[in-house]
Structure formats: C-alpha cells, structure tokens
Design a protein around this ligand. Structure first.
Ligand code: FAD
Length: 308
C-alpha cells in the first residue's frame, strides 16, 4: 500500500532536501550505503571480497539534467576504477552505471552524451581489468538503454544489461539477450510503473521473474540473478541443475545491507555472489526505493529523521 507513495516521494525535490540533511552515517542510510567517498566504497569492497563475495559499485546519481554533473559522475567512475586496479580489487569488482546519471536525460543530446560517457567508463573498466553493467531505470528509458547497450557491445561485448521482470516486454527481451557472452542481470524492478507496461500484482511479477529465469538459464548467456527472494534463489538453483549449468556459469546478486547472511551462505556453498554497493552523496532516490520495497523499515527511517 505504501509502495506507490514512497516511489512518488523518491522524485520529490522538497522531500529530498529535507531528508538529505540527514548524515549518511545515520542508521537507515548506512544500512544501505557504506559512505559518500571513493575510499568508503573501496573499503566496503575490500571487506566483501575478503569474505568471499564479488562486488559491483554504483556511484549514486540519476536524472542528471546538467552536463557538468554528468561529467563529474564519469570522473567519479574513473577514480574508483583506478583505485580498484591500484589496490588489486578489480578482478572481483566491477561497476554499475545509470545512463541517466551520465547524460541520458539531457535535452536533445542525451543519448549521444550518454553513449560517449558510457564508452569512456567502459574503456577505463577494461584497462582496469573489469566490466560495466548498465542499470535499468524507468520504462521510458528501456528502449534507449537497450539501444545504447547494443552500440557499446560492438566494442565492449562484456558490458552487462539489466532487465526488469515487472515489465510485460521483458520475457521477449530475455530471449533477445540470451546469447553467448551476454551478461544479463534479472531483477524484479524498482520503479513506479503504469499497468499498461508493467504487472502490478506481486504474484504476476514473481511468475514473470520465473519465466524470464527459465529463458536466461536455458540460454547461452551469463545470467545474473538479482533477487533477495528465497523462492527465486531456490528456483534459479533448480534451473541451474536442470540445464546442466556449473557454478560460476551464472551468479547471484544482492544489494549491500540486504540479507548478508544469505549472501555468505550461497558463497560458502560455492556459488558466485556479487553485492551491489552504492556510494556517494546522491543516496536519496536509492534509499526511497529500498524503503518502498520494505515499508516496515519506515519506523526506523522516521526515527532517524526526528532524531537528526
Ligand atoms: P522482493 O519480493 O521485493 O523481496 C524479497 C525479500 O527480500 C523480502 O521479503 C525481504 O526479506 C528482502 N528484501 C527485499 N528488499 C528489501 C529491502 N529494501 N530491505 C530489506 N529487505 C529487503 N531495480 C531496477 O529497477 N533496476 C536496476 O538496475 C536494479 N538493479 C539491481 C541490482 C541488484 C544487484 C539487485 C539485487 C537489485 C536491483 N534492483 C534494480 C532492485 C530490484 O528490482 C528489486 O526492487 C529489489 O531487488 C527487491 O526485489 P527482490 O527480488 O529482492 O524481491
């Protein structure tokens, strides 16, 4: 019931200004975001890698309408990639990029700027010995993001895609992307989407997730199962067995701070597990989406606000 209002608030500048006066170190923020600086992200990455996990780093930011801001985001990615390489972490850590943070939403020139910027990040990632995955945002950007992915994959075939099971189109997109070498992260989807394009009922989203998993696990690509849902994790495991997939020919992915014991349990069982680690000052939209998934955290959130 609270999911929709929270997702609407995630795009409100007024609420954002109020909430972001809260320090990143306050309980609810630090549960999901390890810090604002590159070094905070690198430290969190090191700890996760030392405990047997892999990492994908997201420099927080989205819906950038300012070219300078987009360039600053690119610079932040170059900085973290060079830190990962220098500190010997790049083998087990990659980056996730939101195209709207690197210029996709700029009027007229958005796609052109986003592709140039994404290309710069892909180059740096390759030089560091790692890869980039393009996050997926709301449905108005899906075609543009998949178009940019196709362009990038001509030179950087290792670039990962994200597909969202709540979109009605996604099963077909999974079929298109289930080819050899194609890294595809399957998630349920985190935005507020209309019924015309997205399943609204949680059971329908789950059923779609399973249909998409079947396509990806039965295909020739590299599926990345991004879910904390125990049933989806079990079904992915069963599909791996049914399709004769060895551990490491797919991976599980979860968000920083969510079900850490399960992340460790899977890794201890020999599975490849990657943790998505967001960092930076622009944590507001990300935090609101996490609250929308888990409104029971709201009490904790309100407490952080009133005691700030
Ligand atoms: P749910 O049914 O929502 O949750 C299953 C269980 O997980 C819950 O019962 C609870 O125990 C736990 N859980 C879930 N969310 C929380 C939370 N916030 N706090 C505490 N416990 C929780 N979405 C996009 O739209 N685009 C992306 O690019 C994208 N990238 C992602 C990358 C990764 C690695 C992951 C894991 C998710 C990503 N998401 C993305 C978010 C995703 O779409 C879902 O919104 C989110 O993962 C919750 O769905 P779920 O599959 O975990 O299932």
């Amino acid at each position: 019931m609270l999911r929709q209002p929270l997702l609407m608030l995630s795009r409100s500048d007024k609420v954002k200004n109020f909430v972001t006066a809260m320090p990143v170190s306050s309980g609810i923020v630090s549960r999901y975001v390890p810090g604002e600086a590159t070094q905070d992200a690198v430290e969190a990455t090191r700890e996760l890698i030392e405990s047997g996990l892999h990492v994908t780093l997201d420099f927080l930011g989205e819906d950038t309408l300012d070219r300078e801001q987009a360039d600053a985001t690119v610079a932040a990615y170059l900085d973290v990639l060079s830190a990962l390489a220098d500190q010997g972490l790049a083998r087990n850590a990659e980056v996730s990029v939101k195209l709207s943070a690197v210029g996709q939403s700029l009027a007229d020139v958005g796609e052109k700027v986003a592709i140039e910027n994404a290309r710069t990040i892909c180059h740096a990632a390759r030089n560091a010995g790692t890869t980039v995955t393009l996050d997926m945002e709301d449905h108005t950007t899906t075609d543009s993001t998949l178009g940019i992915l196709r362009e990038l994959r001509k030179d950087f075939p290792e670039t990962g895609a994200v597909l969202q099971a709540y979109l009605r189109r996604t099963e077909a997109d999974c079929r298109d992307l289930a080819y050899e070498g194609s890294r595809v992260r399957l998630c349920k989807g985190a935005y507020n989407e209309p019924e015309s394009v997205a399943f609204q009922d949680k059971h329908d989203v789950d059923k779609s997730y399973v249909r998409c998993l079947k396509v990806l696990m039965g295909g020739a690509g590299y599926p990345m199962i991004a879910s904390h849902d125990p049933r989806m994790v079990d079904i992915a495991g069963a599909l791996a067995t049914r399709n004769g997939r060895a551990q490491g020919s797919y991976e599980y992915q979860m968000l920083y701070g969510i079900r850490p014991d399960e992340q460790k349990r899977l890794a201890d069982a020999g599975e490849k597990v990657r943790v998505y680690v967001p960092y930076g000052q622009e944590w507001y939209g990300y935090l609101m989406r996490r609250l929308a998934e888990r409104p029971s955290n709201l009490t904790f959130f309100v407490h952080s606000l009133v005691s700030k």
